[in-house]
Write a protein that binds this ligand. Structure first.
Ligand code: ZN
Length: 203
């Protein structure tokens, strides 16, 4: 099982980090040891002083496929959930400066909290899924799939040209604006519409 994450998929977020808007999806991967399930706590790593939250819609791949045409891509994922792409922003900034890969800033243990999934059928439209992240009962990020630069179908099609997709693979589809640091004692809750699907305490 692999975890693919899309970067810069929301215009306002790309702007807040002074990144150019991509012409094609930008993606990177996290190892399976980054997954944090069942609302388990996240332990801040000692190699970073700046762990940022990035709340993201996550799609779960339900069928093996490669080089999937965009018009058939919807057949390859059947559930949508919510997750957090924890990012060591200080390490990422250093890597970016030197033109080096981001893995250590993105793939550390517990860096991918994952909530409950909803059937795709439960959504009236995949083009207007609202989601948000609260920290200590205050909303810090809100997003809607309507604002994604690249749709779920485009992402599945694009990624599968390079990496065949397998059942159970996860794709984190990018974060909207409002990213920021988490601190010891923070309590995170992530929602799709008004349903809380993920909780995570920072330790
Ligand atoms: Zn992200």
């Amino acid at each position: 099982m692999k975890i693919i994450c899309i970067g810069r998929n929301y215009t306002e977020h790309a702007r807040e980090l002074n990144n150019p808007l991509p012409a094609e999806p930008v993606f990177f991967m996290k190892p399976d040891t980054s997954i944090l399930k069942n609302n388990k706590p996240f332990f801040l790593p000692d190699f970073s002083n700046e762990i940022h939250h990035e709340v993201e819609l996550v799609i779960k791949i339900c069928k093996v496929g490669k080089s999937i045409a965009e018009k058939f891509a919807h057949r390859y994922y059947d559930e949508i959930g919510i997750g957090i792409d924890f990012t060591a922003r200080d390490l990422q900034a250093k890597a970016k400066e030197k033109g080096l890969p981001w893995e250590i800033a993105k793939g550390f243990e517990g860096s991918a909290p994952l909530g409950k999934f909803l059937s795709k059928k439960s959504f009236a439209s995949l083009q207007s899924i609202h989601f948000h992240l609260d920290i200590n009962e205050k909303t810090v990020q809100t997003g809607t799939s309507a604002d994604m630069i690249f749709s779920f179908d485009r992402i599945v099609s694009y990624v599968s040209q390079f990496f065949p997709l397998k059942t159970g693979d996860l794709i984190y589809t990018g974060t909207p604006a409002g990213v920021g640091p988490v601190h010891t004692g923070d309590y995170l809750k992530a929602y799709i519409e008004d349903q809380c699907l993920l909780e995570c305490k920072i330790k």
